[in-house]
Design a protein around this ligand. Sequence first.
Ligand SMILES: [Fe+2]
Length: 311
Amino acid sequence: MVDRPTRVVLEETENAGILRRTSVSHIGFYVPDVPAAEAFYANVLGLVRQADLPNGGVRLGWGTGHHVMDLIPGDQGLAHFGFEVRDADGLEGIRARLKEKGHEVSELDPAYIDFADGPVEGLTTTNPDGTPVHFHSAVWRQGESLADPGRRPIKFQHTTIGTSDVQAMVDFFVNTIGFRISDQLADGRFCWLRSNKDHHTLAVVNVGTPGVLDHYSYDLAEWEDFKAWCDRLTELDVPVAWGPGRHGPGNNLFVFFDDPAGNHIELSAEMEKFYDSHVTYVPRKWSPVPSSVNLWGGQLPTWRNTSEASI
Ligand SMILES: [Fe+2]
């Protein structure tokens, strides 16, 4: 008899689904070679330096829009990640729910909030792995259109964090912060969470190590763009590491490549939309097999595995 891993069901309880207009905002990485990473992000993704940070770090963004990332000198690692909250009373609600459950909350350094659409408001807390998570109010994004449209994706769209305790992370983001579960692998080792109409703005995967980045993703418009981007990556000597393919959960097209520090970058399109105001969804449980995360034959990169090998 095949020894199958325990099936775990990640649950939505109180507070799930409170957030409906919250999107990814920015991310911070530790990288061993900041100039190399900055050059990569300028050449490949069109991100330009918007500010110098202490100790040789840099802040990058498109044009004069809200910054996308901080590159901080250090061993490769995830420094922080952030969300833009456009829900009415969204920030106050997050703050109250965090405090009610005994989490530390402090004011977000206003330097993280560019071009605030109203008063500068933001908070920072830490997730169960100790990684700082930022939430801030709406920002103007029109300045992003000043970036060269020929070599930039549409937007930074989702962050997927690696952990050793998916259940604790899902409980934090769903049952305290107010995300919803869109999909999960049936072994509980991968869970996709939404905070707006997109199938996921955050995902959590068990990689056996707490507090790491699994990958992060930018949106493209359509399938035709994947050909142009794969040709462009090849022209820039950036190997395509996984895909193109289509994920089961989210039904989105994807292609992956790495930055010089080894962070996995995804380009994605056609992500499934959820309309919670019109219809009730039941989170789906996908078999923990390769073809769930890559419908087109189940090919996986070296850094991804599923608990059941048969596709
Ligand atoms: Fe992804």
